[in-house]
Ligand binder design. Structure first.
Ligand code: GRF
Length: 220
């Protein structure tokens, strides 16, 4: 059996997606090991979760750095010392400097609560409701210098009901995120998905459109 994928998770908030990843590792549903949880917020719930499960943590305060690039370069340098195979942004609420992330392209993914390319950035649930969309969803994508703009690996969709508000939509979508993210990390851990020369490949075949999470599985 190949060695488990070493993942480092970056999170600014409560860490429910981190919890879903750890749970999948625990259940042997994900051949991965979380080697570090990093945050820009000392109060992040994700850090408490890591501490409770004895996972090393890293906290850096952006206010201690002269600018974004200085913070990001130090963050990635320190992350590298944990020798992760994959960086997972799970609610990491910062724009990352393009130069700092460049060496990690193809080895860093993000979960975003919209059906990208729709609604990059913040307030995605509110914007989907305001637009009168019939469906909403979440995307897991490779991170590139373009905010929420890297190649989308997979998406999960859900219908928007007439009685939905921002909170109900966020709650239902989060439950789907907790399935989607471990499923994508699993495919990366199994060596099935890769970004090669800006082209996504699955099982060595070009993946030209995001996979869809349906009935408990990813479908090309
Ligand atoms: C999720 O909705 C994720 O899609 C977005 O930030 C939120 C993080 O939630 N990027 P949590 O901290 O994992 O609970």
């Amino acid at each position: 059996m190949p060695a488990p994928l070493r993942i480092a998770v970056l999170a600014s908030g409560r860490g429910s997606n981190l919890a879903a990843l750890l749970d999948a590792c625990e259940r042997d549903a994900l051949p991965a090991q979380c080697v570090l949880v990093a945050s820009d917020k000392a109060g992040a719930g994700a850090l408490r979760l890591a501490e409770a499960t004895a996972i090393p943590t890293l906290v850096l305060d952006p206010r201690d750095y002269p600018d974004r690039a200085a913070f990001d370069h130090d963050l990635f340098a320190q992350l590298a010392t944990a020798t992760p195979d994959l960086l997972v942004l799970a609610g990491f609420m910062r724009i990352i400097d393009g130069g700092a992330l460049a060496p990690w392209v193809g080895r860093m993914i993000n979960i975003h609560p919209s059906l990208l390319p729709k609604y990059r950035g913040l307030h995605t649930h509110r914007r989907a409701l305001a637009a009168g969309d019939a469906e909403h969803g979440a995307s897991v994508h490779f991170v590139t210098a373009e905010l929420d703009g890297g190649p989308v690996i997979a998406q999960a969709r859900l219908p928007i009901h007439p009685q939905d508000d921002e909170e109900s939509l966020a709650t239902r979508l989060l439950a789907l995120e907790h399935q989607l993210l471990p499923a994508v990390v699993r495919e990366i851990a199994e060596g099935r998905i890769a970004l090669v020369d800006h082209q996504m490949r699955r099982d060595d075949v070009p993946l030209d459109a995001p996979m869809q999470w349906r009935d408990g599985a990813l479908h090309p």
